[in-house]
Write a protein that binds this ligand. Structure first.
Ligand code: GZL
Length: 318
């Protein structure tokens, strides 16, 4: 009798050790079927735009009943996170690639594991066969729209300073090339300075403060994102200048703080760049897991908002 009791207890202990992990691996919904699990490798970046994008992904995962594993790091950390998602056998991966390069190897590993990868808000220089789709704005278009606005406001003649995003990042590279493609058609307009503000308001402020201290003369600040533009506003005010008048300030993103600055006259324009990419991201991943076709590039529409039309934006910014 005693021997049977010991055997039963040992079997029970083994079951209690094994069962929970079995359930944990395949989280199930109320109906008992396995929930989809998605890994999201997000960029570590202190910006309202990035926060709004992360919230969009989290809210959509919640709405769809998808288990989201969120990792927020730099590019090297993103590569490690993707490897971790592969080990965990996720059903799909969302990646907001901090830089254009450095992805070929890890995206090949995801492909070998049969895990689809969707690129959010930026492109990569890895082969198209390694990722399902890129969901983003057309950054060169944004740059061209900004340049057309600048050329019109300057009547074809003046000096521009450029606050570059991360020079290794797809949106910065294309916002510069799109802008210069138009500016180069105006011999009277010169970009006299161009320096990275690293997408951040504080660094953008420091760069413009240094230009002003060095006596750089300019009529327009073109910033690759609103954060850096708001830094330029601060720098001009600290120097006793009137931003939006002593120099025009145009940027990209259309965050709420930019619309507020346009309303105050501190900034003059911003080109919309939607961060609300969660729904399209999951729709593409789910289609890919079903073997359904997905467009290789899904471009979200953008418009320029300035003091004449900013109140028309449905949410007055993101
Ligand atoms: C654009 C996105 C950019 C934003 C910046 O899709 O990648 O990253 O324009 C952010 O604000 O740094």
């Amino acid at each position: 009798m005693k021997k049977r009791l010991v055997t039963f207890t040992m079997i029970l202990m083994v079951l209690l050790m094994v069962l929970p992990s079995a359930f944990a691996k395949g989280a199930t919904d109320d109906g008992g079927s396995k929930k989809m699990t998605v890994g999201f490798a997000q960029i570590k970046e202190d910006s309202p735009w990035r926060t709004t994008e992360t919230n969009s992904v989290q809210q959509e995962a919640e709405r769809l009943g998808i288990v989201l594993k969120l990792s927020v790091t730099d590019q090297a950390g993103q590569v490690a996170a993707i490897r971790d998602f592969i080990t965990q056998k996720v059903d799909g991966i969302l990646l907001a690639p901090q830089t254009r390069s450095g992805w070929d190897e890890v995206l090949q590993e995801a492909k070998n594991a049969g895990i689809p990868v969707v690129l959010l808000d930026r492109g990569v220089d890895a082969p198209e066969s390694l990722w399902v789709t890129q969901i983003s704005s057309d950054f060169a278009f944004e740059g061209r729209e900004a340049a057309k606005w600048v050329a019109k406001k300057l009547d074809g003649k003046g000096k521009v300073v450029e606050l570059f995003g991360d020079p290794a990042a797809d949106p910065a590279i294309l916002r510069n090339s799109g802008f210069m493609e138009v500016i180069d058609t105006y011999p009277g307009i010169e970009v006299v300075e161009s320096k990275t503000g690293e997408w951040s308001q504080d660094k953008g402020r420091q760069v413009v403060e240094a230009w002003l201290a060095a006596g750089v003369d300019f009529d327009v600040v073109y910033a690759h994102n609103d954060g850096m533009a708001l830094g330029a506003v601060e720098a001009m005010k600290s120097a006793g200048l009137t931003p939006g008048k002593d120099a025009l300030i145009i940027s990209i993103d259309a965050i709420k703080a930019a619309f507020e600055a346009i309303g105050r006259g501190d900034m003059n324009a911003t080109v919309e760049c939607s961060p609300l990419l969660g729904p399209l991201g999951f729709k593409s991943l789910i289609a890919a897991t079903k073997g359904e076709p997905v467009d290789k590039y899904i471009i979200t529409p953008d418009s320029l908002y300035d003091q004449d039309n900013y109140k028309n934006h449905p949410t007055m910014g993101f």
